[in-house]
Design a protein around this ligand. Sequence first.
Ligand code: UDP
Ligand code: MG
Length: 320
Amino acid sequence: MLQISVVIPVYNEEESLPELAEWIGRVMGENGFSYEVIFVNDGSRDNSWEVISMLAQKNGHLKGVGFTRNYGKSAALDIGFQKAKGEVVITMDADLQDSPDEIPGLYYMVTKEGYDIVSGWKKKRHDPIGKTIPSKFFNGVTSMISGIDLHDFNCGLKAYKNKVVKNIHVYGEMHRYIPLIAKWNGFSKIGEKVVEHRPRKYGYTKFGMERFVNGFLDLISVSFVNRYKRKPMHFFGSLGSLSFFSGFIITLWLIFEKIYGLKKGIPVREITEQPTFFLALVALIIGVQLFLTGFLADMMASNNVRKADYNIEQEVNFDA
Ligand code: UDP
Ligand code: MG
């Protein structure tokens, strides 16, 4: 078995690739690691794929897989994870912001110290302040919600045990939450390593300010989906029952009040003139609807087969 697979998502990074490949090769050689590097071309519009296949022809350790269009970093990592053969899988950005010199340290933390995941921590960042401050806030909230003690969830440089990457599915823009997804899948020995972060040398960042909005929406949905994906009835059903039950109690009360009034000769307003009547009506209807939603969602969840949400266009150096 190979010792290390390096998975690198690539979107318009043609200038960085030769230098990155050379540097990784050097680190691997110095440490005597058996390895592969999987470049995932995420529908680049520049010559990234040409560069990857050229590099791959010269060096059999380098492999490439390319999508038909840009599917995003999560999809790129997902296919890389499926193809990775190494005992330890290391992900790294293509833009030379992450240093390959960190590879041996990460590798030994996984193999010797037994971590399921080791996440890089860009303690000293070389990014504009408009990115670093929101990012601090974002990491604080994520850590609080997930109970995972990390400072830098979205660091591109991470190392995983092979079985971890084979058992998680990264989709949408969930690459920001891989430690959470892993934890929910039972891989809870998660460590952190301070890593060197370098300024971007070529090209420009692919994520703008929308990263923060999307990031928070994803956090809500990742927490929600993971909790209720397989049992949506627990969510909808309990809300539905609550709503139905309150409607039912109000109705009982209205009926009791009316009968009591009639018996004792106390004047009671017409049922339809009482606001609580409409409240009860709405609560009953919403209750039934939530319940049915939960029921349908449950039926869908039980025959939901996982389907890849991307298409592959080219491959190089992967044996059939
Ligand atoms: N990336 C990708 N698909 C995308 C956007 C980015 O594969 O749709 C890759 C990109 O090529 C880089 C990594 O993801 O290797 C991180 O992107 P970037 O450096 O732009 O993000 P930042 O460092 O600014 O967070
Ligand atoms: Mg970057």
